[in-house]
Design a protein around this ligand. Structure first.
Ligand code: MF3
Ligand code: CO
Length: 292
């Protein structure tokens, strides 16, 4: 909720140096009207300034370079630890910090989730990529205090048709999500389109894990869900930055977490799962993709 009072002639909260009435007053009034109707609306802390966006874009450059480096080198016989090394070294070389490393105790610099692993797989020298595997590599980067986050799927050698289709549909889900990022509409509008697409192919999307605001922190509000109804969830407004990262399961949406390592999430039924992640900025007329 927007609560604190700023006078019309006070400096705007965004730091532009302009008077409030010449800067964000109309914007705030528009948001307040949605709040009065009972909608969830972003507070000022979720609106990135142009300077923040520049900072996030520099972080994103490293983030994208890491996944490009993985894309170039990934192959059968390599370990997921090797993927960790590529991401770690690329990040450090470019002056960044791998966000996952030591995050709530996570022991590595990237997440590598194979086949029926939904997310948060831990790289390991004993996990070797085999012909037919599908793997998600989820990379998060800090640069100069700004966070970026994205993930891609990779297919190793000859992948079964049904797995190829899962990977493709998961990618389409993200493309559809980006298409429905529009200011002054709701995250539930976007999420429901993503879910509709997955369901059309007989797949399900994980409910309790999803996208998130990202930029000044690793994980900010809002939680970005896909199992949602149109007209619900947070209002999207220009300046918000969040991820779209639906975890698309071939079978049930249910999952469990590895009890031994406390991280790796697996599908409950052992069927495969695929996920792509992008980070987007809400613009005046749609979305700008910051990471992919
Ligand atoms: N990169 C994941 C995300 O998309 C978060 C991973 S947290 C970690 O939000 F600790 F497992 F790295
Ligand atoms: Co994320």
């Amino acid at each position: 909720m927007l609560t604190h009072k700023i006078g019309r002639n006070d400096p705007c909260w965004c730091g532009s140096g302009l008077k409030y009435k010449k800067c964000h007053q109309v914007f705030d009034d528009k948001i307040k009207a949605f709040a009065r109707e009972g909608h969830i609306v972003p507070d000022h802390s979720l609106i990135k300034t142009p300077e923040d966006v520049e900072g996030i874009k520099k972080s994103a450059k490293i983030n994208i370079a890491c996944l490009d480096a993985v894309a170039e080198k990934i192959k059968e016989g390599m370990s997921t630890e090797d993927i960790n090394t590529i991401v770690h070294e690329t990040t450090i070389k470019m002056g960044g910090i791998p966000a996952p490393l030591n995050y709530e105790g996570f022991p590595k610099s990237v997440c590598t989730s194979l086949n029926d692993e939904v997310c948060h797989g831990i790289p390991d020298k004993d996990i070797i990529l085999r012909d037919g595997d599908i793997i998600n590599v989820d990379c998060s980067t800090i640069y100069n205090g700004y966070f970026s986050d994205s993930s891609r799927m990779f297919m190793i050698g000859n992948v079964k048709e049904e797995d190829k289709k899962l990977v493709e549909v998961a990618h389409e889900c993200v493309e559809i999500g980006v298409k429905y990022v529009k200011p002054w509409t709701f995250l539930g509008d976007m999420g429901s389109k993503v879910n509709e697409h997955a369901k059309k192919h007989g797949y399900s999307i994980v409910r309790e894990i999803g996208g998130h605001g990202c930029g000044l922190e690793f994980h900010e509000d809002p939680f970005v869900s896909y199992v949602t109804e149109p007209g619900t969830e947070m209002l999207m407004v220009p300046g918000m930055v969040f991820t779209i990262e639906p975890m698309v399961n071939m079978g049930t949406h249910e999952f469990f977490t590895d009890e031994d390592n406390g991280w790796t999430v697996y599908t409950e039924d052992g069927k495969n799962s695929a996920q792509w992640e992008v980070q987007v900025l809400v613009t005046e007329d749609g979305a700008e993709i910051l990471t992919y």
